[in-house]
Write a protein that binds this ligand. Structure first.
Ligand SMILES: *Cc1c(COP(=O)(O)O)cnc(C)c1O
Length: 398
């Protein structure tokens, strides 16, 4: 079986002066010794020549190469944010008159872009329960260009059968685009047939909650299309990552394999413990999760089921009180986002998914009492559980 971490391990980048870290490129523009080679570079005919850092920079290429290795794709291109990656991919693949099928449980920003923005540009979008393969098939039209999904959805932690959906895509000549932000290393969508894999690097991959970033992983042709000076969405929308940032993300990425194992082990421990004290818990690693077997059929098992879990404490008032008390007792931070060394928690209905109207939230099972956790790297997770339990007890949730 393909082991992505080993491929990160195989990377060898030398700095300009023999440093063990690649030098950071500190230039927006690049000189040419001859005018002819400048022209050729514009036309995309010269390898190893840099033109202008919105197009590419040495630092961005190092990080892109590392991410392509991780996702087992031919190439990758880093962007200034996860949304910068998502919007560029959708605008590159779909034009006026095209149709997109998307999971209805996706990141709030992606949902807003698909719901409010793309239809204004003449694209049709259907939102589906991504676990219902027959429904997906029934929505396919001759102009369907993309099926869009998250491996593990935000915030409901629904798991998509990436292999089966990729098969549907292949049969119907539709590109399958997977946002793999919640499950780096744990699931490798390209190995399951996905055409394009996206991450918000802001989360696990950088892991230190100090940077916003994104990446698009795909075929060399697609990545080149995105960077095309005439019609490439990355090049023309300009959501370029800064070289300083890509250098720091590359350094953080080297411990991703260790961090993911710890996030997953801690989350599994807590999910089981919450379950035992009768708290409604959703975690793909629990046998009670409706897609537990599907996750198992896809995952690189040494990385587990990821660090995200949700509990339901009944009402928004209770959720808020629990979160405030947990922050007071230093379980972690009341904050959106994920992948940090400390545990982060938020109530998705009023934060990261607030773009989704209340009635639609209800329909997709996003209840008001839901607390989403990004479980941290705690060394003593038993103590963390006791702390959380004390908060739940003192607020009469249990
Ligand atoms: C955070 C997030 C995004 C957006 O990424 P940014 O880096 O904030 O632009 C997209 N998808 C998922 C699943 C996310 O969690």
């Amino acid at each position: 079986m393909f082991k992505p971490a080993d491929k990160i391990q195989d990377l060898q980048f030398f700095g300009e002066f023999g440093g063990v870290n690649p030098s950071i490129s500190d230039s927006s523009t690049y000189t040419f010794l001859s005018a002819k080679s400048m022209f050729d570079t514009f036309e995309g005919n010269t390898d190893g020549c840099y033109l202008y850092s919105r197009h590419s920079s040495p630092s961005n290429l190092y990080l892109s190469a590392a991410l392509a290795q991780m996702e087992n794709t031919e190439a990758a291109n880093v962007t200034a944010s996860g949304m910068g990656a998502i919007t560029a991919v959708l605008m590159q693949l779909c034009k006026k008159g095209d149709h997109i099928i998307t999971s209805r449980t996706i990141y709030g920003g992606t949902y807003a872009f698909l719901k409010n923005f793309l239809p204004e540009y003449g694209m049709g979008v259907d939102f589906v329960d991504i676990t219902n393969l027959d429904k997906i098939k029934s929505l396919i039209k001759p102009n369907t260009k993309v099926i869009y999904l998250e491996t593990v959805s935000n915030p409901l932690l629904e798991v998509a059968d990436v292999a089966a959906i990729s098969e549907i895509g292949k049969t119907n000549n539709i590109k399958v685009v997977v946002d793999n932000t919640f499950s780096p290393l744990s699931v490798t969508p390209a190995n399951l047939g996905a055409d394009v894999v996206i991450h918000s690097l802001t989360k696990y991959i950088n892991g230190s909650s100090d940077t916003v970033g994104g990446v698009i992983c795909g075929t060399a042709d697609f990545i080149n299309d995105l960077k095309n000076v005439n019609n490439g969405a990355c090049m023309l929308f300009g959501s370029t990552m800064d070289s300083m940032r890509s250098a720091s993300i590359l350094k953080n990425m080297r411990t991703l394999h260790l961090r993911m194992k710890q996030h997953s082990a801690n989350a599994l421990y807590l999910a089981k413990a919450f379950n035992e004290i009768g708290i409604k818990t959703v975690y793909p690693g629990l046998e009670s999760h409706p897609s537990h077997e599907i996750y198992k059929s896809m995952y690189n098992n040494e990385y587990g089921f990821g660090g995200m879990l949700t509990i339901d404490v009944g009402t928004l008032e209770k959720a808020n009180a629990v979160m405030e008390l947990m922050q007071e007792r230093n379980v972690g931070y009341l904050a959106v986002s994920l992948g940090f060394y400390k545990t982060l928690f938020s109530a998705p209905g009023t934060s990261t998914s607030s773009e989704i109207p209340a009635d639609e939230q209800l329909e997709m099972g996003l209840s008001n009492g839901l607390i989403r956790f990004s479980i941290g790297l705690d060394n003593d997770i038993e103590r963390t559980f006791e702390l959380i339990k004390s908060c739940l007890k003192d607020l009469n949730v249990i």
